[in-house]
Design a protein around this ligand. Structure first.
Ligand SMILES: *[C@@H]1O[C@H](CO)[C@@H](O)[C@H](O)[C@H]1NC(C)=O
Ligand SMILES: *[C@@H]1O[C@H](CO)[C@@H](O)[C@H](O)[C@H]1NC(C)=O
Ligand SMILES: *[C@@H]1O[C@H](CO)[C@@H](O)[C@H](O)[C@H]1NC(C)=O
Length: 139
């Protein structure tokens, strides 16, 4: 499932960080993404403002750095017809890195070569991983 994978990626990211890990830093907080919303359509190449709700981020976490990625979750079926969720998380090309999650917003540029699709999500990693509703990228 998407959140399991996101969480394991998150743990990998946190583990890779230079500072020693304190147990309470593993607490998972999930800031709600307020932009994009389901009705949004962003053009490839455009600069957009990703925003999220910071009201539940504990004060001690506000300067922790975040990362934003584009993903396109889809359900595929194996030869027996069993559904399988694939995130298609573009982890090779994060849209933004190293911004403080406490700010609640970050501008990103949608890569010009992003294939048009109605099912993209923005994934925000901080000491949490959370994704936006699906939105469209097309001209
Ligand atoms: C992004 O949105 C936030 C919150 O609404 C706002 O404070 C900020 O100025 C916006 N940034 C840009 C570049 O539009
Ligand atoms: C976060 O950074 C700001 C600006 O550098 C600083 O004033 C504040 O004390 C920091 N907060 C924490 C919890 O580290
Ligand atoms: C990740 O994003 C870059 C920039 O848009 C793109 O060139 C690359 O094909 C993407 N990779 C995947 C797996 O979608």
């Amino acid at each position: 499932m998407i959140f399991t994978t996101l969480l394991s990626l998150l743990v990998a990211v946190v583990t890779a960080a230079a500072s020693p890990l304190q147990p309470q830093q593993l607490e998972v907080i999930t800031p709600r993404i307020t932009s994009p919303t389901e009705s949004d359509c962003w053009a490839p190449g455009s600069i957009q403002n990703v925003t999220w709700d910071t009201s539940r981020i504990p004060p001690a976490f506000v300067n922790n750095t975040g990362m934003i990625m584009l993903a396109r979750p889809e359900t595929t079926y194996d030869k027996n017809g069993n559904p399988r969720m694939t995130e298609n998380l573009n982890y090779t090309n994060p849209l933004a890195t190293r911004f403080p999650i406490g700010t609640g917003h970050q501008t990103v540029q949608i890569p010009i070569d992003t294939p048009p699709n109605n099912g993209y999500v923005i994934v925000l990693f901080g000491d949490s991983g959370n994704c936006s509703p699906k939105f469209k990228i097309r001209k």
